[in-house]
Design a protein around this ligand. Structure first.
Ligand SMILES: Cc1cc2nc3c(=O)[nH]c(=O)nc-3n(C[C@H](O)[C@H](O)[C@H](O)COP(=O)(O)O)c2cc1C
Length: 136
């Protein structure tokens, strides 16, 4: 019998007490039927993922160095493609920077990404869940 089920992983970097990116990651994970994992708790992707949802936020105009390091060290052979997400006050640069790092490593990054403004997290949770459902 053919098995079309995809392996999905959700990884995020979230630094503020509000946990904005974590909350969006958890909504994405809910939509995808998996658990969201902080890169602070698991610093390497060990299992193959057909789709890796990866998200972070900018702090003083740059993404957290921990997230940069995580992206730079992602094993390209363990990833089908990456779908990015970010939260911020205005900037989308985390998405641009992650896309550049991953593309240069030969990892496919989906054009579409998920954005939530830091003050609209509650209002975006359902949308994040539906966003993820499209990829499963
Ligand atoms: C110290 C600090 C610096 C920030 N700098 C920026 C910034 O340069 N651009 C921006 O759009 N948002 C900025 N923000 C807003 C965060 O990116 C936003 O609150 C984000 O949702 C935080 O995600 P987290 O709660 O998952 O850590 C900053 C927030 C903090 C606390």
């Amino acid at each position: 019998m053919e098995n079309n089920s995809k392996t999905i992983a959700v990884r995020y970097c979230s630094k503020t007490k509000a946990g904005n990116t974590r909350r969006i990651a958890e909504a994405i994970a809910k939509g995808a039927g998996v658990k969201a994992v902080s890169i602070a708790d698991e610093d390497k992707l060990t299992e193959y993922a057909d789709i890796l949802f990866l998200g972070g936020a900018p702090y003083a105009n740059i993404m957290d160095p921990e997230l940069r390091g995580y992206a730079e060290n992602l094993p390209s052979e363990k990833i089908g493609k990456v779908v990015l997400f970010t939260t911020s006050n205005w900037s989308r640069r985390t998405v641009r920077a992650l896309r550049k790092i991953l593309t240069e490593k030969g990892i496919a990054v989906v054009e579409e990404y998920f954005y939530a403004h830091m003050l609209s997290i509650d209002a975006k949770l359902k949308e994040a869940e539906s966003f993820a459902e499209k990829y499963i």
